[in-house]
Unconditional design. Structure first.
Length: 413
């Protein structure tokens, strides 16, 4: 028998999550604004230190050149008093008087320089604080267009391609970046709209002939005089037609679920999971699969029909891909850390960790590339992932020890 071709390598998953919450100290992030503030403030501080040093050296030189006393006593004894120069007191010889006057002027010069330095440092400190605050404000004003671009990009990540930056201001590099981003969004919106319109139109166009085929087959099968071979062929064609209808419905739902959910209503995830379990309970009993698990209240804002489809697809897969005997499916719901969590665990075949991501691709199953069994059309997990993303959530598959999977769906409350 010819060997199956190797499955294509899944594309790398993005490591940046624009919706990730900021840390406890967002102002410690090395943002461009902080770096520009440090750059402008640091340059001002360096310039201030250089200016202060030059002024100090010039003042010291001027005081040094004028340090000599303008007169000297050359004869006789001198009796003087001074509150400024303690050494010039009482009866002094001319030499002692001249030396005391020189020492007093040196002390006065030192005090003047120290006072100049302290006052200059205080002024520099105050101006540095003003410079850093002014630099932070100016950097925020200059970089505000980048903040607008970032906020628009975060909204676009949620599949809202109708957003545009529409930046106003001078014709500079930021305006050019915003216009380029808007053009890219226009092209992306046209491409996504065309793709979704094609899938939706194709699904709608295929519904009519499939419905006609089903009606004709059911009419022929209802004829009691039809040969056994014809009845067997009709049943086979009816089953094939049913699979085709499921495929068309899955494609249509997949195209719809790629959009952001606009109209949201309160939906209890526990009720959604219970409804899904009611629909597969008969199939689970026929296969001998036990259903268990506690479902706590977890109310979110979303589309109830699409959320029920997530739970139904996960539970159906858990029942159909199970062990022949003694299997179980556990379905739990809870609200924790601002999120509603739906967990579907089951026994089943061993799933290699490197094949988990392939399960979410359309028409892919474990170790197979196309659908080839009666378990479904291969769109269940793709639809579940698309619906979760449309609600701002995510779905994660984790292989269980001993076989089976743990499917974890997290949705924001």
């Amino acid at each position: 028998m010819p060997a199956h071709p190797a499955p294509p390598v899944a594309p790398p998953k993005p490591t940046w999550d624009p919706g990730q919450p900021e840390g406890p100290f967002p102002w410690l992030r090395p943002t461009i604004r902080i770096r520009l503030t440090l750059l402008y403030g640091g340059m001002f501080l360096i310039a201030g230190i250089l200016l202060l040093s030059i002024i100090y050296l010039l003042a010291a030189q001027a005081l040094r050149e004028g340090n000599a006393p303008p007169f000297q006593i050359v004869g006789g004894e001198v009796k003087v008093t001074s509150s400024t120069c303690p050494g010039v007191v009482g009866q002094l010889t001319p030499n002692d008087f001249n030396a005391a006057i020189g020492q007093c002027m040196l002390e006065q010069r030192r005090h003047a320089l120290d006072d100049l330095l302290s006052r200059s440092l205080m002024a520099l400190l105050g101006l540095s604080i003003i410079a850093f605050a002014f630099g932070y404000a100016m950097a925020g004003r200059v970089l505000s267009p980048l903040g607008k671009i970032t906020r628009t990009a975060r909204r676009v990540v949620g599949s809202d391609l109708t957003r545009r930056i529409e930046l106003d201001g001078p014709d500079d590099e930021l305006m050019e970046l915003a216009d380029t981003f808007d053009e890219m969004l226009d092209r992306l919106e046209r491409a996504f709209t065309a793709q979704q319109r094609f899938v939706a139109n194709a699904s709608h166009e295929l519904r009519t002939p499939l419905a006609i085929n089903r009606t004709l087959l059911e009419v022929h099968l209802s004829d009691p005089g039809a040969p056994v071979e014809l009845q067997q062929l009709g049943k086979t064609l009816l089953a094939t037609n049913e699979r085709s209808e499921q495929l068309v419905e899955g494609l249509l739902l997949l195209a719809r679920s790629e959009n952001q959910i606009v109209e949201r209503k309160p939906v209890d995830l526990a009720e959604v999971a219970s409804r899904a379990l009611d629909q597969v309970r008969g199939e689970a009993e026929a296969k001998g699969v036990e259903i268990r698990g506690e479902r706590a209240l977890a109310v979110i804002q979303g589309n109830g029909v699409l959320l029920e489809r997530i739970a139904l697809n996960l539970v159906q897969n858990a029942v159909r891909y199970n062990v022949p005997e003694g299997g179980w499916v556990e379905v739990t719901t809870e609200a924790q850390h601002g999120q509603a969590v739906l967990v579907v665990s089951n026994t089943g075949p061993v799933v290699p960790a490197y094949e988990v991501d392939n399960l979410f691709e359309p028409f892919r199953r474990l170790r197979t590339e196309r659908t080839g069994s009666d378990k479904g059309v291969g769109l269940g997990l793709s639809i579940a992932r698309s619906v979760a993303r449309a609600h701002g959530g995510r779905i994660q598959a984790i292989p269980r020890e001993g076989g089976g999977l743990v499917m974890r769906v997290t949705l924001p409350l």
